[in-house]
Design a protein around this ligand. Structure first.
Ligand code: ZN
Length: 419
């Protein structure tokens, strides 16, 4: 029988370590240390074990479900225990090709109650989604939660984390908001590639994207949300109903998460990315503030060369604004830069990229035609047909990539025939 047993929770000031054992063949899904940790910027000594167990359970419970295993823990918060069935059902709806089974065995279910003293804490990566949610809930004076979950066995210096943290602290300071800072190995303590190897086909998605990341990110903040008596943890949406995707971070999952007297809200799902660009640029423009929108994944600053950077840059341009006021070091010849980029990369664009990002940028640029600052861009970008260009580019790519191989094969064959 497959099971995961949480053997020990060790708390030392601002750090908590989880040691667990695994029986059965699901051990292959974990690094051999069987260890997960969190380090916070607050002393967590007084937080009860039933609350501290939440992040551990959250990180492994989807695996318990898809492998029909059992998780055994000593204590767990009642509100969280009660919401697990709803979370499981939400995943089950999202992934109908796999059965979500398994069980949880808890020695002691503990009722934890508090009277909320703070309205909100909001996950804050500094990206476009996070800024949108901040603007929407700023009157609640949210604590800003910033995380780094990619440490290995222990905390190692990370320039990406230092940059994220500094940015969040600076932003918090300028708006008089507190910061919750969390470092962990939640992104590395499991062998995601092993899980993907066994389940990717059935899920039609990866473990991290489809099942793991949202619970990991949200639950990491729960112990401090409990300690600081936060009413609601906000997580900014990165998807929209315009284009249904499977994703661990979905309102049907996130909004089910409960802990002690606290709840979770998946914010701004109804907005497209372009809508969010408008919310953010308008807000800072009206206040005459420059701001760093940090969109480049695992990079210290926006590279201005990747799809995500460029789509955000053009999104800002489409709102009639200058991207350099929003944290993008835009090249002088933006129009040429984008053209070269698309020439090389459009072949790799997914339907999602095209339908919910790039064509909405074009649409908005047409609406704002007279306000666009990069006039030479308008000459070609508005009529750029992404689907056709992708097809053409793919064909060219295949020919240039495969034709020489084919030629070599044929010539080898011919040579053999006449040898
Ligand atoms: Zn980038």
């Amino acid at each position: 029988m497959n099971s995961i047993i949480l053997d020990k929770i060790v708390v030392n000031r601002n750090r908590v370590d989880y040691f667990f054992s695994v029986t059965g063949n699901i051990q292959k899904y974990f690094k051999s240390e069987n260890h997960m940790f969190f380090e916070y910027n607050y002393d967590i000594t007084d937080i009860p074990k039933s609350i501290l167990s939440i992040p551990f359970v959250s990180n492994v419970i989807p695996l318990i479900w898809i492998t029909d295993s059992t998780i055994r823990i000593d204590q767990l918060d009642k509100s969280f225990f009660d919401c697990l069935n709803n979370i499981r059902d939400a995943y089950q709806d999202m992934f109908p090709n796999i059965e979500f089974k398994g069980s949880i065995s808890v020695n002691k279910i503990v009722t934890n109650i508090y009277v909320p003293e703070r309205e909100a804490a909001s996950l804050f990566s500094g990206g476009l989604d996070a800024h949108t949610t901040f603007i929407r809930i700023k009157d609640k004076n949210p604590l800003l939660i910033t995380e780094y979950g990619w440490h290995e066995k222990d905390i190692q210096f990370s320039e990406v984390w230092e940059a994220d943290k500094e940015n969040a602290e600076r932003f918090g300071e300028s708006y008089g908001l507190g910061n919750i800072l969390i470092q962990s190995n939640y992104g590395t303590f499991m062998r995601a590639s092993e899980i993907d190897h066994d389940f990717n086909k059935k899920l039609g998605d990866s473990w991290w994207h489809g099942l793991h990341h949202s619970l990991a990110i949200i639950s990491a903040a729960i112990p401090l949300a409990y300690m600081l008596k936060v009413k609601c943890i906000y997580i900014a949406s990165s998807n929209t109903p315009l284009h249904k995707v499977t994703c661990a971070s979905d309102p049907t999952v996130d909004n089910e998460i409960k802990f002690a007297s606290g709840m979770v809200f998946h914010d701004a799902y109804e907005l497209t990315r372009q809508d969010k660009v408008k919310v953010v640029v308008d807000y800072y423009y009206e206040r005459k503030k420059t701001v760093n929108i940090r969109v480049c994944f695992k990079n210290e600053e926006n590279c201005c060369k990747c799809e995500k950077c460029l789509r955000t840059i053009l999104g800002i341009v489409a709102e009639g604004k200058n991207p350099s006021a929003y944290g993008f070091n835009v090249p002088n010849n933006l129009s040429e830069h984008v053209k070269t980029y698309l020439n090389q990369e459009v072949k790799f664009f997914t339907d999602t990229f095209i339908n919910i990002y790039w064509t909405l940028i074009q649409k908005r640029m047409k609406e704002n035609y007279t306000k666009i600052k990069y006039r030479d861009l308008l000459d070609w970008f508005l009529d750029y047909d992404f689907m056709t260009e992708r097809k053409k580019s793919l064909l060219k790519y295949r020919v240039t990539k495969f034709f020489p191989i084919l030629k070599r094969k044929i010539s080898n064959k011919v040579n053999r025939m006449f040898a």
